[in-house]
Design a protein around this ligand. Structure first.
Ligand SMILES: Cc1cc2nc3c(=O)[nH]c(=O)nc-3n(C[C@H](O)[C@H](O)[C@H](O)COP(=O)(O)O)c2cc1C
Length: 338
């Protein structure tokens, strides 16, 4: 059997050497508290490139300081951030990986000091701070921050950009009627709730013509919330708007009990791929080569995003290749050991 997991994947001008993507994972390790890359990031991301991950996606990186999940998030809200990110890109590329960055705004889930922003003044839960309902000027400024973030990501040399539209952060808060009670053109109908994401996509595209992904939470796990059918519709619009791939996660827009089991989110990626005729990434408790290969061979998704398994095993591609009996080239320095 020819492995799909270890076959190249072409998207626009970028070729990935395999279909294994390191999913974005916040390290909360910018101890400088100003968004700058530190040694932890250099070591952490480079190790996965040595491990032969095809595409490494740098964690949620804040486009505005007030949009950080924590004060130790990475940032891309000022030009001074470019140098460190550019160095990180070089380290990953020198070791054979393609590179991506997730552009993020935490919305009402920001825990930094000062005012926090959201579509409506509704806190995430009773322990959370109440956000300020964004004005039209706030919305415009945020769209502009995503655009400037994309410009900086391009200057840093990333191959791919992902817009973070999942996990109950700002864009997700606009998409879901559970967190968006607005009565203007950004709330109410699905078109209106999609408007912020559309504007962010359009703004990013003025600076960026490379591959563009969006991560979504394709199920709110709430009776009045959104489900995968709503996300098939959003994904059709994203496709029309030029998005290349939808990275399909779920949940976290409101507190909810999520049924979790191996591959629990794969059916969502599968439904979006079939329903919107768009490429998808599958993520969530995918931990073995066989599981990944099954998803690709059955055309349930196009890329396999791995998060926690890559924390346990930074050489997961080597482990998966052995399992699938695929010959994987080792970094030349490690040839005698792999
Ligand atoms: C430490 C950690 C940090 C994470 N940070 C992010 C993030 O920055 N952006 C994001 O979209 N998801 C984030 N996630 C979610 C993962 O990308 C992934 O969707 C989730 O862990 C399920 O995949 P897994 O079962 O392979 O771990 C994070 C997960 C972990 C464990």
């Amino acid at each position: 059997m020819d492995s799909l997991l270890f076959s190249p994947y072409q998207i626009k001008n970028v070729t990935l050497k395999n279909r294994i993507v390191m999913a974005p994972m916040c390290m909360y390790s910018a101890h400088n508290q100003d968004g700058f890359i530190e040694n932890w990031h250099r070591t952490h991301y480079t190790t996965r490139a040595v491990g032969q991950v095809g595409l490494i996606m740098v964690e949620a990186t804040a486009v505005q300081p007030e949009g950080r999940i924590s004060a130790e998030d990475l940032g891309i809200w000022k030009d001074e951030h470019i140098e460190g990110l550019s160095e990180l890109v070089s380290l990953m590329k020198e070791n054979g990986a393609a590179t991506a960055i997730q552009l993020a705004h935490a919305g009402r889930k920001a825990t930094v000091e000062g005012e926090i922003h959201a579509p409506s003044a509704i806190p995430f839960d009773e322990k959370s701070k109440t956000p300020k309902e964004m004005t039209l000027e706030d919305i415009q400024a945020t769209v502009e921050s995503f655009k400037q973030g994309a410009r900086r990501a391009k200057e840093a040399g990333f191959d791919i950009i992902e817009i973070h539209g999942a996990h109950g952060y700002l864009i997700n808060e606009f998409l879901s009627p559970l967190s968006n009670h607005r009565t203007d053109e950004y709330g109410g109908s699905a078109e209106n709730r999609y408007r912020l994401l559309k504007e962010v996509i359009k703004a990013v595209q003025t600076e960026w013509d490379g591959p563009l992904f969006v991560r979504v939470s394709a199920n709110d796990y709430h009776p009045e919330g959104l489900n995968v059918e709503d996300y098939v519709q959003f994904s059709k619009w994203m496709k029309e708007d030029g998005i290349d791939l939808v990275d399909v996660s779920s949940g976290a827009v409101v507190p909810a009990k999520i049924p979790v089991y191996p591959g629990y989110q794969v059916p969502l990626a599968e439904k979006i791929k079939a329903g919107a005729n768009i490429e998808t990434g599958a993520v969530g408790l995918i931990t073995t080569g066989r599981q990944a290969e099954e998803i690709l061979q059955n055309k349930r998704a196009d890329l396999i995003f791995i998060a926690r398994e890559l924390l346990r095993d930074p050489y997961f591609p080597r482990t998966a290749a052995k399992e699938l009996r695929v010959e994987l080239d080792a970094p030349v320095q490690y040839d005698r050991g792999w």
